[in-house]
Ligand binder design. Structure first.
Ligand code: CA
Ligand code: CA
Length: 300
């Protein structure tokens, strides 16, 4: 077989952003009535655009599917009470201890993450009444936030929940900051927002943690996860660097075991400048009978 392939090479350039320092992130937890408003403003002033589509309203009731929002580049890993999608206004627990807050309003009836059990009057004291929700992103993001429902956290009987951001996925890498809930009683069913923003746009995941409240039996829900992709992490369009490289290829040889014709192509940087990856090689003008079935890449 003669070489009937013609190669056009396109290399994608990426901006030098591999060494972003783990700068401290900013928390939005202290203004119990307007955290989300502050968060919206900060996202905008940092050039971000919020994605507000994660509201669980298209989810099936029951066990949360971790890949439900995979098309958005979001993975959800839940434990305890946040493993379940339920429907309603919230846990509706009773308790009038001051200081009370309506937060950012009463949660409208809809699907959310929470326990399917009814603990309105009795409380829920078992270890499984707490839980965690780890939100990971395929590409690092600028900011993440969520609404809690029915949190009972007065100073006299604290049930502190936290939101911590990390540079890596699944709560790995460097911590960018850990933020605790405000000391108010948000029962019944008031929404309280907790958010975190990293100006470096390097949040790989956030971990929301609800320790079991064995004293008060408080249970909460989670709804409406908001996030903003990092503007600096948007993938730049590919740049044609064919003129900076040489392309050589040996002739096709037939592998008797597989019956496939195999060739090796070498791409060499012949310029005096560095070419940053990722690298794409585009094969063009393939004949109808000559096309690659598999391509393996290596570099040296
Ligand atoms: Ca919802
Ligand atoms: Ca509660």
């Amino acid at each position: 077989m003669t070489n009937k392939l013609r190669f056009i090479l396109v290399l994608a350039m990426t901006f030098a952003c591999a060494n972003i320092a783990a700068a401290q992130a900013i928390g939005f937890v202290n203004n119990q009535n307007s955290n989300s408003v502050d968060f919206f403003g900060a996202v905008g002033s940092n050039g971000g655009i919020l994605n507000t589509t994660i509201n669980f309203d298209t989810a099936l009731l029951g066990l949360l599917q971790s890949t439900l929002y995979a098309p958005l580049g979001v993975n959800l890993a839940a434990t305890g009470i946040f493993s379940t999608v339920v429907s309603g206004v919230g846990p509706s627990q009773v308790g009038t201890t001051a200081p009370r807050s309506f937060g950012e309003g009463i949660h409208p009836e809809s699907k959310y993450l929470g326990t399917p059990g009814d603990f309105q009057s009795t409380g829920c004291f078992a270890p499984g009444c707490g839980g965690s929700l780890t939100i990971s992103f395929a590409l690092p993001v600028l900011a993440v936030g969520l609404f809690t429902i029915d949190l009972y956290n007065p100073p006299s009987a604290p049930h502190v929940v936290t939101l911590e951001a990390f540079t890596g996925q699944n709560g790995t890498g460097a911590s960018l900051g850990r933020f605790s809930s405000a000391s108010f009683n948000f029962q019944q069913n008031a929404m309280y927002f907790m958010g975190v923003l990293s100006p470096a746009g390097n949040i790989g995941s956030v971990v929301f943690n609800d320790p079991n409240d064995a004293v008060n039996g408080d249970v909460i829900g989670i709804d409406n996860i908001l996030f903003a992709p990092a503007p600096g992490r948007m993938v730049p369009p590919p740049i044609d660097v064919s003129g900076k490289v040489s392309v050589t290829q040996n002739g096709f040889g037939r592998n008797r075991a597989t019956g496939l014709y195999v060739a090796t192509m070498t791409v060499k940087n012949t310029s005096n400048t560095t070419i940053n990856g990722p690298i794409e090689v585009v094969l063009a003008v393939l004949s109808q009978r000559t096309y690659p079935t598999a391509i393996a890449l290596s570099s040296s």
